[in-house]
Design a binder for this molecule. Structure first.
Ligand code: SF4
Length: 471
């Protein structure tokens, strides 16, 4: 019986079994940012310890960094304090920091892959829930809390519960106007926001095989929203082509040796899975969340459900979501008026996301009542987009073009909803209050759908405005 990638990486990184039933795993790469690290570094300082493997630790600033006025000191004293603290900690502990003046700053889950730090076969930890993004490369990547950030800084290890493996195969092909975001929203809708508890999600099938690395990152990013501990795609030629030439990727003969090892880490054909799920790609349509968790979504042609339509035990959750969002059961999602459009976050702020949004926006205008933001995931993406003139397309259409950061994904900076505003968002969480206003409402969708909604001033089917790409 062969092994799945999860088991191979797990076995290779096991330090020992703990009496708690957990496994102590060695962590190959630790990514650090300004918000979940200050206390962890303080705890280390109190114990008189140093970071055990500074060479396996890399930092950037993303969560609280302003995307508009980035002059120092920042207008927000908390942002200034957090970022100054990270700068001091990195200096003291010899940790490389991709700061605002590095030309490489950006969202931690965007710059890790961009720099070639994220590689197949690695165990990765970061103090952010969406660390599962890195699984797109065939890595096992854990989102952790502040005390675990401290543990990794001090010991380069994590104690992890046993994890089962569920393979999710998406077969066939996606239709025009359907994107990776729609695939993961559909998976979460089918399996539920708690359906992945205790599992790693291995994404496979023809649709995943054909996806670019950007698209695979979008899918893996939201594994956590389906309750999975981690999510991954087996490494293949698409992975290797993405990595080749990146600053931290091996070069020359070392790259060829790495490629052979990376290939060997992919799941064996006869690997055993604890569960196997199949979805047909053709059956997925542009998808929009209507509720207060990412599993509460509908296809653009569908109507918002009623509590009575919900599986047993979930009726109250639907009723609560309807009340908070101000929707009626049976109402179509198409035509919902929006106030804000946000294209960004570690789910959908990569160059390919900006390109497709620009295709939608080109030659059109944002509706007068809509505030629309485009926030690139990294400085490198911003520069690449500007080289292609995407910033000009967005500006001409009335979108604001910002500096890199998490921005309105979690609204720790001035990019926030106000009052009951409705936001069409390419981010990953639609929880109450997530975008800064306790009563603000978030509709998750693909970046192309966000761009289309910004122009129309309401939720529309992007297939009506996006011409198919001519090969
Ligand atoms: S964009 Fe959102 S989910 Fe991603 S790292 Fe930033 S805050 Fe976390």
């Amino acid at each position: 019986m062969g092994k799945a990638l999860l088991q191979k990486i797990w076995d290779l990184h096991t330090v020992r079994q703990l009496p708690t039933g957990q496994t102590q795993l060695f962590i190959g790469l630790h990514l650090v940012h300004e918000v979940t690290s200050p206390q962890a570094f303080d705890m280390l300082r109190v114990r008189g310890s140093r970071v055990l493997f500074p060479g396996r630790t890399f930092a950037t600033v993303d969560h609280i960094v302003p995307t508009l006025d980035q002059r120092r000191p920042f207008l927000d004293p908390l942002a200034e304090e957090m970022i100054a603290s990270l700068e001091r900690n990195c200096r003291e502990q010899d940790i490389p920091l991709y700061s605002l003046d590095s030309g490489r700053q950006g969202i931690v889950h965007v710059i890790g892959p961009e720099l070639g730090l994220t590689q197949p076969g690695l165990t990765i930890a970061c103090g952010d829930s969406h660390t599962s993004t890195h699984g797109a490369f065939g890595a096992i990547a854990f989102g952790v809390g502040t005390s675990q950030v401290r543990d990794v800084l001090a010991s380069q290890c994590l104690a992890i519960e046993p994890i089962k493996t569920r393979r999710i195969r998406v077969t066939g092909a996606l239709r025009h106007g359907v994107f990776a975001k729609d695939v993961i929203l559909e998976i979460i809708r089918r399996l539920g926001v708690k359906g992945g508890a205790g599992y790693a999600y291995e994404y496979a099938g023809e649709v995943l095989d054909r996806m670019t690395m950007d698209e695979r990152m979008t899918v893996c990013n939201m594994s956590i929203e389906g309750g999975a501990r981690v999510g991954y795609v087996n490494p293949d030629e698409t992975t290797f082509a993405y990595l080749e030439g990146r600053p931290f990727a091996p070069r020359g003969d070392a790259f060829e040796r790495a490629r052979a090892w990376w290939t060997s880490m992919a799941s064996d054909r006869d690997a055993r899975y604890d569960d196997d799920v199949v979805l047909e790609g053709e059956g997925i349509e542009p998808t929009v969340t209507w509720g207060i968790n990412p599993g509460q979504s509908v296809g653009i042609s569908q109507r918002i459900p009623a509590p009575a339509d919900a599986p047993a035990g979930e009726e109250a959750g639907i009723a609560e979501a309807l009340e908070f969002m101000g929707f009626r059961s049976g109402q179509p999602i198409e035509g919902t008026r929006i106030d804000v459009a946000f294209i960004g976050s570690c789910t959908n702020s990569r160059l390919s996301d900006l390109r497709v949004a620009a295709r939608v926006a080109k030659g059109r205008r944002v509706a007068p009542h809509v505030k629309a933001l485009v926030v690139p995931g990294s400085q490198a993406i911003r520069i690449a987009a500007e080289r292609e003139g995407l910033d000009q397309i967005f500006a001409a259409a009335g979108f604001e073009w910002r500096g890199a950061g998490c921005s309105m994904c979690l609204a720790m900076n001035p990019d926030r909803l106000e009052g009951r505003q409705v936001c069409a968002s390419s981010s990953n969480r639609n929880f109450k209050g997530r975008q800064g206003s306790p009563t603000g409402r978030t509709l998750l969708m693909s970046p192309a759908m966000v761009a289309a909604a910004a122009l129309a001033g309401e939720v529309v089917d992007v297939r009506k405005v996006l011409e198919p790409e001519v090969a």
